[in-house]
Design a protein around this ligand. Structure first.
Ligand SMILES: C[S@@+](CC[C@H](N)C(=O)[O-])C[C@H]1O[C@@H](n2cnc3c(N)ncnc32)[C@H](O)[C@@H]1O
Ligand SMILES: [Zn+2]
Length: 310
């Protein structure tokens, strides 16, 4: 972590400031050490440049595995394409020009593809994830001086209220045990006039097919499930290309044009322990309950944005 992160983080329990004991540091920042709460005296490890506010990856070991297996599959700087940049704009409604010099929180960063988009737009980014995906994301982006990664749980975040100009969480909150409660942790972290955008799975009929299979796949060993996906995705993809006959098979696998992306997405549907679906009306009600204004449903179900008022 960079020393400057100390200005942003607080003790997740008592919200007091933290002191840092450095054991090892280099040009990438503080590599090993401890963060010590100045009030309740709790301490948290800094390991491999990342503050660890959790002791394990709890129910997201599938994501720890997934983001190491597919560290760069969706990263624009590695693919040479702008798919993640375009998708980010579509599902956040953020104008990249507005992010310049802003403090941005990426909640559930995975391999860091959207963190990269926001850094490229000139933002200072803090990216958190409960899983060891943060280590993959650090390998991707840790050399940059405009980003810090933190391993933390959305239900127990180490930030003060009124801290960030922008908060986004894309494809994350529906993978927690309580999506609404997870969302409710976030608006308070915004500064006045700050903006938040989230994207959640929608209640598409499409998901019914995978939900039935998920009863079995979520009980499987992660590596075995990944091997099964590797074995079946390409043959099923070939079938999906057959006119009419192939159509129903599209409900079972990702039909993304890139082979690695298809495998990643398909594993991502079948492996998470929690995976809830949400409608626009439901999510807009949450935004209203959180006191947000200028709430908009975006052109991609279920992506919603809102603003904290003065
Ligand atoms: C499908 S991935 C999305 C990653 C990234 N936002 C993207 O779209 O590329 C969902 C991520 O949410 C993280 N996640 C799930 N529950 C979480 C929690 N309680 N706190 C923080 N992150 C969580 C997972 O570890 C995983 O990396
Ligand atoms: Zn404390």
């Amino acid at each position: 972590m960079k020393k400057s992160l100390l200005k942003v983080i607080v003790c997740p329990d008592c919200k007091s400031s933290m002191k840092c004991k450095i054991k090892q540091s280099d040009k990438l920042g503080i590599k090993e050490g401890f963060l010590l709460c100045s009030s309740c005296k709790k301490s948290y490890k800094i390991k491999n440049y990342i503050p660890r506010f959790v002791v394990s990856d709890l129910y997201v070991d599938n994501f720890s595995f997934e983001w190491h297996a597919h560290k760069s599959t969706q990263l624009d700087s590695k693919t040479g394409r702008d798919e993640s940049t375009k998708h980010f704009q579509r599902i956040t409604g953020f104008n990249l020009k507005d992010l310049k010099n802003k403090l941005v929180l990426d909640v559930g960063c995975g391999s860091g593809r959207y963190s990269e988009v926001t850094c490229n737009a000139g933002a200072r980014v803090v990216a958190i994830d409960l899983s060891f995906a943060v280590d993959a994301a650090f390998q991707n982006l840790g050399k940059r001086n405009d980003i810090d990664f933190i391993q933390a749980d959305v239900f127990h975040l180490p930030f003060k209220e009124n801290t960030f100009d922008y908060v986004f969480s894309l494809g994350v909150l529906h993978h927690t045990p309580n999506c609404k409660e997870a969302f409710m942790q976030l608006p308070k972290l915004l500064k006045n006039t700050g903006r938040i955008s989230i994207w959640l799975y929608s209640k598409k009929i499409h998901f019914l097919a995978t939900d039935v299979l998920r009863i079995a796949t979520t009980r499987m060993d992660r590596k075995q499930l990944y091997s099964v996906c590797k074995f079946v995705v390409e043959p099923i993809y070939s079938v999906t290309r057959i006119p009419i006959i192939g159509y129903p098979f599209k409900a079972f696998i990702s039909t993304h044009e890139n082979k690695d992306w298809r495998l990643l997405d398909t594993f991502d549907w079948y492996s998470p322990k929690y995976q809830s679906k949400h409608s626009f009306d439901e999510v807009i009600d949450w935004f209203k309950e959180a006191g947000l204004h200028d709430i908009k449903r975006l052109d991609f179900p279920t992506a919603v944005t809102g603003k904290k008022s003065n």
